[in-house]
Design a protein around this ligand. Sequence first.
Ligand SMILES: [Ca+2]
Length: 144
Amino acid sequence: MIAKKRLLPILVAVLMVFAMMPMTAGTVFAESDTDTVPPVINPESLHVTLPEGKDKVTVGDTVTFAVDVTDDRYVSRVHIHLQYPVSNKLEELKLTYAGTDEEGRNGTWTGEFTITDETDCGISQIKTNYAFDTQNGSALYNNN
Ligand SMILES: [Ca+2]
């Protein structure tokens, strides 16, 4: 029987042996293809930038949306739905990745929206914000 005091050093020694095993040709480390963890939207990072010096926008102005999204693997796409105040029409805005982590595309996603004469007058609201990963795992931020 091994005394409890000696068990920890033996475990540590066994772990070290595994850690020191050299990788040999033909060694394959397979990673599961199943991505079961959905992306995460940081709702506090969601912000809208108006053209410099403006607090209201008119036809021809461009508004920028930005939000931070992370995933355990890879964020594939991020959308924002903007709801108009009069017609209640939903405008889908596809954001593009603006970060530096190309491996997982974790970070800031941005999109520009240009005001046209078909945009309702009044205060449009961000209704929803969707994010997807490679397996279509999704996250939803609902602004109700
Ligand atoms: Ca994922």
